[in-house]
Write a protein that binds this ligand. Structure first.
Ligand code: GLU
Length: 362
């Protein structure tokens, strides 16, 4: 089996930003164990910013993005150095891969990344992936590695995504304030109610809270990958997840109908540059499946975007129900909105979003 394991900053580093050697050793031991059983492992690891801040003696996380990027580039080397040393003591070779959203967006980069990862796994190397924070652009960064891990799981066709965190799973309410909060062991479908339960960030160290983990689990589920959210401190967590231990964290089931990698990317990975509001007829046509969005159904355009960018599709009751890649820029859509094919004269009547580039989010 192929498994992607994500370790957050709160697992990789201690509260003061130093490397959590005990956790990394334990993860290395478990990876060594499951590798001997024939499983392949990819790690997605945070910790660069936390570790860099400690080295630079910046005890409070700055809001200045340039400083954070600088801290990430200092810390990334420390994190990977620790992995290298600790994993070597278990005879495990590691490789570093730093990825940006564009690597998942651009088809040729995507295939390139897949080839590299496949080759590393064939060579028995454990890839250790992080977002390339040092050069990332605030608007164009994922910011949390949960999403990166889900995209990697989709990219390599993983069987399982294991999101390790400092909590034992998703609870029905915040266990720190609600006494009878119970662990949700199995999730069929990540819906808005669950996302609300997951609320904001759980720990102060990393950037991804439970809500971000659930969104990543949803991405995995839509890609046909099962996902477990569990504590990094759980004994033998990696082995247990691979043997299907049902009393471990929160397990999110894969959807029976999986989306193509491209549609998962459109739905979750690609940042939305604007909104197109459509009428009820267009909404019905899109939701009943198989339809493209035509200019006739467009009521309003919000934001300025160009050909090939991703936009959200909203109904008149302000519900975003789809997302897609546009075939014309925002000014053309504004010009053509509401017009049928007969109204555009000799101009070609193009789709605003072709159905192959449209994903229903409901
Ligand atoms: N990729 C980041 C890291 O490795 C994410 C965590 C953060 O923003 O603090 O540090």
């Amino acid at each position: 089996m192929r498994i992607v394991i994500k370790l957050g900053s709160s697992s990789v580093t201690e509260i003061d930003g130093s490397i959590s050697e005990a956790t990394l050793k334990e993860i290395a031991r478990q990876i060594f164990q499951v590798r001997r059983l024939g499983h392949q492992v990819v790690l997605v690891s945070s910790g660069a910013i936390a570790s860099g801040l400690k080295i630079l003696k910046l005890y409070e996380r700055p809001s200045d993005q340039v400083l954070l990027r600088a801290a990430a580039s200092v810390g990334q080397g420390v994190v990977i150095g620790a992995y290298r040393e600790i994993f070597a003591s278990f005879d495990l070779e590691i490789a570093q891969l730093l990825m940006i959203p564009g690597d998942f967006a651009d088809r040729s980069q995507y295939l390139h990344a897949r080839e590299t990862l496949d080759s590393l796994l064939d060579l028995n190397v454990v890839p250790v992936i992080n977002e390339n924070d040092a050069l990332s652009n605030e608007q164009l960064r994922y910011g949390d590695n949960d999403k990166v891990a889900a995209l990697v799981a989709n990219l390599i066709g993983a069987d399982h995504l294991l999101l390790l965190t400092d909590q034992i799973g998703l609870f029905s309410a915040d266990p720190r304030s609600v006494e009878d909060a119970s662990l949700i062991q199995e999730v069929e479908e990540v819906n808005s109610e669950l996302l609300e339960i997951a609320g904001g960030s759980g720990s102060d160290i990393g950037s991804g809270g439970m809500a971000s983990k659930l969104l990543a689990a949803k991405m995995a589920s839509w890609s046909g990958v099962s996902c477990t959210i569990a504590s990094a401190q759980e004994p033998d967590v990696v082995l247990r997840v691979l043997t299907g231990d049902s009393v471990l964290g929160t397990r999110v089931k894969p959807r029976a109908k999986r989306l193509s990698a491209r549609k998962v990317w459109i739905a979750f990975a690609c940042l939305s540059s604007g909104v197109i509001v459509v009428d009820q007829g267009a909404r019905r046509a899109l939701l009943s499946g198989g339809g493209s969005l035509l200019p006739a159904g467009v009521l309003e355009v919000r934001g300025v975007f160009g050909y090939g960018e991703a936009v959200s599709v909203e109904s008149v009751d302000r519900q975003i129900f789809a997302k897609g890649i546009v075939k014309m820029d925002s000014s053309d859509i504004i010009e053509l909105k509401g017009l049928g094919s007969k109204d555009v004269g000799s101009r070609p009547y193009l789709e605003v979003i072709h159905r192959d580039n449209l994903v229903l989010l409901t």
